[in-house]
Ligand binder design. Sequence first.
Ligand SMILES: [Fe+2]
Ligand SMILES: [Fe+2]
Length: 471
Amino acid sequence: MTAVDLNARIPNNVGLADDPKVRRALEHWQPKYLDWWREMGPTSFAGHDVWLRTAIDVGADGWAHFDYVKMPDYRWGVFLSPADRDAYVRAGDMAGSPAWADVPGEHRNALRRIIVTQADTEPASVEQQRRLGLTAPSLYDMRNLFQVNVEEGRHLWAMVYLLHKYFGPDGRDEADELLERRSGSADKPRVLGTFNDPCEHWLSFFAFTMFTDRDGKFQLAALRESGFDPLARSCEFMLTEEAFHLFVGETGLERIILRSAELAALDPNGDIRNQGGIDFGIIQRSINTWFSSCLDLFGGEISSNAAHYFAAGLKGRFHERDRFVDHAAKDQQYRMPMVVDGSIRHLDVPLRNAINEVLRDDYIADCERAVRKWNRRLVDMGSPCQLELPSRRFNRRQGLYADHAFNPAGDLVDRDAFDRNRDQWLLSTADNAYLASIMTPVTEPGKFANWIRPPSRGIGGQDLEFAYVRA
Ligand SMILES: [Fe+2]
Ligand SMILES: [Fe+2]
């Protein structure tokens, strides 16, 4: 790895100055990226100063620098975590052999597909969130939204660098197409389902950063274990940025949940909506909606593709290197519930074929941890309300459970029963209309919308009264 070059047209620590071919390719892509950002990035705020952090190093401490930046001037760059001379293939049949500094011919198509699928989620989320600045509950939250947005843009840069550097003309075409697809478009949609779903208010934004960015964390963690070393190191650094997105989601939902409990206590009838807040029914339906949609992102429960990726060392499990002794995972079985003759039975499948489900297990455990924490805080406040994650079988559009209907507890129900209960279980048109009605922007420094608690502290060295965004 070379030193961080911040003054280059494209800030980087991958030695672009000495790599004229890739540098020219990226400099050619840069104006197209900026056109995309102007068209599909946060609407109405291009001229505002935003208190943003920018990557200036990849070291463990001090990689981030805070300053007022206009978003189109953000220093999007290419940063990889430091190379490990002894990098090795983490998983599968080749586990323990040296990592690949280049793309092995036999894995070219699979790696390209993996990288494009990850890359596509980054601009998609910016597109989904582009109007939210207009209804931000505070300048603090608005700034966090924009921080997430510019970092998703940087994640796109990280993946596009890999496409240009290692995949020749095909990679260049893929990089261009990443700027041509649009979230929710009928003709050119984004690759994955959740990334075409509307995210039209701040409850969905916080649920998105809680559940969808958390899917991102687990996908990046699986790719951090890749035998293709440049991909592993890109994902390693992306994970440091992703941690902030998860913070935004988890604390954002927590601030809403605790505020709702406060409003219930204030109201003589415990009526949260009467106090202008978000009732627990809506919060639970938001969890059900986004969590179930995100479970689909992990892919089929039984997947020969996933088995191949693992066997070939293209992806590993969550913390493959530290948590597992047997990195081949060859002759083991994984027991999972399946629908057989109209009832649920537990059957064994080869572990490698269940590798998506193994990652989904770790994701669900991480989500459960957050929900338990919220519930403890509710108990501490004396609130009778509790929240829960629905079953992994509920409301699935992909995989083993997509052909059947389940209630949130995970019991089989008939389709009619599911449809009858849909508005009790999932965010409804009426919920979204109510949420839209209370999302009036709050732009005075230090002030917060009534439906959310202020955070416990400010960000980037500033207090809550700071003007995090200014015209
Ligand atoms: Fe990202
Ligand atoms: Fe993210």
